[in-house]
Design a protein around this ligand. Structure first.
Ligand code: AMP
Ligand code: ZN
Length: 479
């Protein structure tokens, strides 16, 4: 099997990956800020980390992943106050929605999906460690990290440190400008604002300290992998490094993996620009969860993903193609025996799939390997070169593929129902479809074309398209 290479933002190189602790990959993923529904740009990044964990698992590694839920920040405090409810009542709705979306998109639950507000004590301890080392200062009840005391600041994002002004500080968690500033570890409460009473004073944690504290609590001082969208590299991840490495004296993360953005009309999809779709917006329009997952997974994570109406349509038809193929193999009757050429063909597909993913998760190459196999097997079937005993091994390959991409097994209906979307009539089983096709053939044989047409229409209304083949047979596929 090919060696796993992952591109590390720290070094800007593809490096061979193996975990520090034999057999177990320890990874951390910056989770959503639960002030609203997540949009599909966010899910691009979460689908990428899901493909990553599934791939590493397929290589025999145990996965130990932490994802945080940022359930306290400026926006959450503001929105909860505007509605006159507690931050906990405010965020619980969006936490539940996030978990439902994850399930709809077949994102495996991380081993630890944890809320920031359940870890205030861990953050206070970490801030105390940094204070004891003289890396912090206080101002108006808030505590700041003095980045000039951490010489390696900027090593991840390569931010320009030449213009750094001692003492220039910033209170907001998120800022775009590339100039490095001292950032808040702990924020004093503004009048009327929610706060925790702690050993370091009243207040609430900054965003960055959350991730350092929660990552190290569950995964130890040094993690194998840390993932997030590229917008988090600076300042968020740079600040995580400064906090963690200064506190422990150990490297915080071995591999930093950042997903490029999902863009729409040439711009990053984001809440602040207002150019976003939530997952539910797209399902409401009639798209299937599997279509969205496929679309988000199909572009390698280090490339921008351009979201368009056409790309959604293409994703839907790709998923259908795979599902029709699997059904054709499951239900098809082929001449007995096996074709030795097929074994070699399957092996090639698996090797190409594997090496595509091993090359920094190149999902485009991996998918091409699968679609090439689908095309070649379909051709072999049409030429009568495919045998009954070839069917199970090809299906086994599709299953291996689906253990990572998770789109062929069709659970769209139940996922939609869980999210409260009413859906069309239940899908027809292959048996029901075949039996209607037989009725239609009989009607035709009796020259009852009206009835034959009715059956075709009925099937079409249930999402099944018929194709008359040249030899007088009929092939069907799902719309
Ligand atoms: P947030 O809830 O804003 O902290 O974002 C959650 C995750 O989504 C982070 O890893 C972000 O980097 C990522 N993200 C935000 N917008 C996009 C986008 N348009 N494309 C890809 N990832 C994004
Ligand atoms: Zn984070």
């Amino acid at each position: 099997m090919s060696e796993i290479l992952l591109e590390n933002t720290l070094t800007n190189r593809k490096e061979p990956f193996a975990p520090l602790h034999s057999g177990e990959v320890r990874m951390y993923t910056c989770g959503p800020t639960v002030y609203d529904y997540a949009h599909i740009g966010n899910y691009r990044t979460f689908v990428f980390q899901d493909i990553l964990r599934r791939f590493l698992h397929s290589r025999g590694y145990r996965i130990n992943q932490v994802m945080n839920l940022t359930d306290v920040d400026d926006r959450i405090i503001q929105n909860a106050a505007d509605r006159g409810i507690s931050i906990f009542d405010y965020t619980s709705k969006y936490i539940a929605a996030f978990k439902e979306d994850m399930n709809a998109l077949s994102l495996e639950p991380p081993e630890h999906l944890v809320r920031a507000t359940d870890h205030i004590e861990d953050m206070v301890k970490l801030i105390e460690q940094l204070e004891a080392k003289g890396l912090t200062y206080r101002s108006d009840g808030s505590i700041y990290y003095r980045i000039s005391k951490f010489p390696k600041y900027g090593k991840l994002s390569k931010v320009d440190m030449s213009g750094i002004q001692a003492g220039a500080r910033v209170d907001v968690d998120r800022y775009e400008k590339a100039d490095a500033r001292d950032f808040a570890l702990w924020k004093a409460p503004k009048p009327g604002e929610f706060f925790w009473e702690t050993r370091i004073g009243p207040g609430r944690p900054g965003w960055h300290i959350e991730c350092s504290a929660m990552a190290m609590k569950y995964l130890g001082d040094t993690l194998d992998i840390h993932t997030g969208g590229i917008d988090l590299a600076f300042p968020h991840h740079e600040n995580e490094i400064a906090q963690s490495e200064a506190a422990t004296g150990h490297p915080f993360v071995r591999f930093w993996l950042h997903a490029e953005h999902l863009i729409i009309d040439g711009e990053k999809m984001s809440k602040s620009l207002g150019n976003f779709f939530t997952l539910r917006d797209l399902l409401q329009k009639g798209h299937k969860p599997s279509t969205i997952r496929y679309l988000l997974a199909s572009v390698p994570y280090r490339r921008q993903l351009n979201f368009t109406g056409d790309s959604v349509k293409q994703a839907a038809s790709s998923v259908e193609r795979l599902r029709n193929f699997a059904t054709r193999l499951k239900d098809g009757k082929f001449p007995s025996g096996s074709n030795p050429a097929m074994t070699a063909r399957i092996q090639k597909a698996e090797a190409d799939f594997e090496s595509g993913l091993a090359d920094d998760l190149n999902t485009a190459v991996a998918l091409a390997a699968v679609f090439d196999l689908v095309r070649d097997v379909n051709t072999a079937i049409d030429r009568g070169e495919f045998r009954q005993q070839d069917s199970a091994p090809v299906l086994a390959t599709i299953k291996k593929f689906d253990a990572i991409f998770a789109v062929v097994e069709d659970n769209d209906e139940s996922r939609l129902r869980t999210l409260g979307f009413k859906h069309s009539r239940p899908e027809m089983s292959a048996q029901e479809i075949e039996s209607l096709i037989t009725d239609r053939q009989q009607a035709r044989n009796h020259r009852d074309f009206k009835r034959a047409d009715e059956i075709r229409k009925e099937l079409e209304n249930r999402g099944i398209l018929l194709e008359d083949t040249r030899d007088g047979g009929v092939r069907w596929k799902k719309k």
